[in-house]
Design a protein around this ligand. Sequence first.
Ligand SMILES: [Zn+2]
Length: 1000
Amino acid sequence: MRVERFVSERLEPALYRRRAPLEVTAWVAPGEPVPFAEASAKSFAPFAAGQSWGRPWGTTWFRLTGPAPAGWGGAGTRLEVVVDLGYSHVQPGFQAEATAYRPDGTIVKGLHPRNRYLPLAEVSSGGGVDVLLEASSNPDVSGDGVFATPTKLGDLATAGDAPLYRFTAADVAELDVTVWELLQDVWTLRGLLPELPEQSSRRAEVLRALDDAVDAVDPSDVAGTAEAGRRALAHVLAQPASASAHRVVAVGHAHIDSAWLWPTRETERKCARTFSNVLALMDEDPDLVFACSSAQQYAWVRDGHPELFARIKQRVAEGRFVPVGGMWVESDTNMPGGEALARQFVAGKRFFAEEFGVEPLEVWLPDSFGYTAAMPQIARAAGARYFLTQKPSWNEVNRMPHHTFTWEGIDGSRVFTHFPPADTYNSEVSGAELALAERQFAEKGRATTSLLPFGYGDGGGGPTREMLAAAARTRSLEGSPAVEIAAPGEFFRRAQAEYADPPVWSGEMYLEFHRGTYTSQARTKRGNRRSEHLLREAELWATAAAVQHGTAYPYEDLERIWHTVLLQQFHDILPGSSIAWVHREAEARYAEVARELTALVEGSLRELAGEGTTPVTFNASPFARDGVPALGAAPAAVGADATASAEDGGFVLANDRVRVVVDADGLLASVRDLAADREVLAPGARGGLLQLHRDTPTQWDAWDVDEHYRRHTTDLVDAESVELMDGSAERVAVRVVRAFGDSRVEQVISLAAGSASVDLEFDVDWHERQKLLKLAFPLDVHADRAASEIQFGHVMRATHTNTSWDAARFETCAHRWVHVGEPGWGVAVANDSTYGHDTGRTTREDGGTTTSVRLSLLRAPLFPDPDADQGEHRLRTSLVVGAGIPDAVREGYRLNLPLREVAGAGPVEPLFAVEGDGVVVEAVKLAEDRSGDVVVRLYEAHGSRARAAVRPSFGVASVVETDLLERPDAAPRALRNADGGVARLDLRPFQLVTLRFARA
Ligand SMILES: [Zn+2]
């Protein structure tokens, strides 16, 4: 306590020897942010310290001018401009920040709650100080760190105009360097002290030294006696770390969420502020190494601040500003589709290669909400070898057993993985964090080294000089882990070298938290799913048009659209955990993406179909359908055997494969597989049942669905109307309308001729709050495990809750389908835009097992968007009867890739014919290098070995197997031979293959 008072009452007030206020003028931008050139030309009005400023999301430009005081800046001092915008105690990044510019428009650095200074030399010339601040009055949407209070602050349209801040000070100030150094000495030792064993000599020594330091500093002359205080601490700071001390590789970092409690336009500014801070700090301290992940964030700086970007480039070349991760953004990894997750790496790595000539070897995802079992293969195929995260430390129930290990994906691919054991990506290099790293490090005794990312994220400004001081003091300090600042690559090389045979984690790294992120903001999710499939169509047909007709390939448009889609897979956008503004903008961007892609697709189809009046149906899916070949076009041949009839107040829909009874409540009373002569639904249960649950998470509203949601269920069995729709022999349908709460749903249950899929389509006008809407299928299936589609394959998850790991997985993410089955017979439930699912099992009185598959259709959390998910939604699902996993795979594509009919000259030959069970084409495109080579990405989808032939319909000069970046694979893994331009492949289960065909 004595030391604490000494710090707050003596040292901190003595940091600056003297201060002189600058003259402040201001100009308030009336709307959204404007560039420097425009703002600096405005007329600035007088402004006084103490005045309030800053409506929510506003920008105020302050100009600070004044003389550099004569006679200041003697030995042992540093002259600075110190600005207090009126910061609050909430965490940096959730409040006001500013960018400081010189009058010529170059950026000096950012100003933040815990980084308030500008070096005077950088903002003054012969004429004295002259600096402009672009100050953002960002509101604290977090509600003082509570993250649960509904607020209208999250959208410009609803945030109001009341000023949020009171401008406190803008001074020239004289920093006392000795007092500052003493403060850093004391901070490090105060942090170390409580971590030392209570009875240890070292602890007593440190405590006594601190006591002595307080004695040595004269309260009436802190500046004059600070040196004596430092001398009192010198001997304890000089004691070296023990030989067995844990080793920490500290990496400067700033986790800047690409959108979250602010829109992307603010992230662009957060990046400029933080990166300029980093560059300024690098000028001061040669030790600083800074790791920065997202290509998108660099691209923003490149486009908005070329001068800053040029300085970053220089530091990248020196190896101090280190691009890591290799992805376009730190994306979610549960929901992006296979090709999209691959493109995160393709786009990111291309950017890093083209702009910096570097290739990151580590995947850097400290904060995403769980990690797909497809990641190891995708990462390896993109040339990555290492993987970093710390998010699993947020698990509610089970603790991941290792911090350094080998992670193995569904296909057997492996990446060397590390979780920083300090459980943070925003470290301050405190004694507590360092001690926690050593205490928790699960590899102790086998390995000695862990990684520590340090720096304030989200617009806090990144690493500070105080953190660097702490790192320098703990380089070798008795009782503390030994800290060294280095790049992540250096950490991984060392960690791998010292840990020859690390343990293995196989499969997904499910996050036992944030399970609502598979469902929140359903329109954002729908936008993602539709965009992914439209991109597939656009690339496929543009490639076909280029190859078959020499049509120009829309490289620029596709690249730009991909960048938008990839950005919106960021780990707070696609998961639905951002403010209203972000999701409103995301939906608008998806609408624009859909408009542009549809135009591209239609243009290509016209080209391919040619002149004529024959109806030609295009099939972009990897499976033939209605007589139309996969990836080609032909007149469709649809069967005509679907019938509908009334029965017992309900209706019967039937074809030659399935007989469906829709009862008077509009529920599926029976679904009979005619071929297997077997009922699909569990006895006594009805399918297609909407269930409404209370959804009041304990914390983190948009993020979490808590286990207790299941305790309150309302079955929506009452129907306003159930009626047969006008159908045809090709498709018969029943329309069901239900009203519940303030909401309404119109549901169409339909069956097509020749199809084993019962389609359920929902138009929901949703006005519930804190409710979760599930769609249930209780199935008469005995299944211990459910298969869920993920990127390039599927994962098996238990339907029971034997272990705490199984029990914690009560809500899971699946892509286009979930499958449950017995040997030889099963059922698939597919969807066109839903990700959240749960599967469970109960044993009935009759001894049979009911396996229930439920989809999470909609939520309505109140934070951070108080109106999340309100309004209209369209969702499609299907129940596939008698399905194996191959049928589930096919159904996933059917539901997500509609056939397109145009009038034309006749059939269009597919660019490729693929032979081989389970081998699925995921993408057809022209090569990124714009050489005109055709690239095909495919994978084995069943989880079996496969032999395949990929037969192009165009002249081929050569075929090579490549990595995701389309670089020839030094040791092709799947390509057996390519005689005559036909690629013959041997694939292992779930293997992902990229082939590159050079055209003859
Ligand atoms: Zn984050």
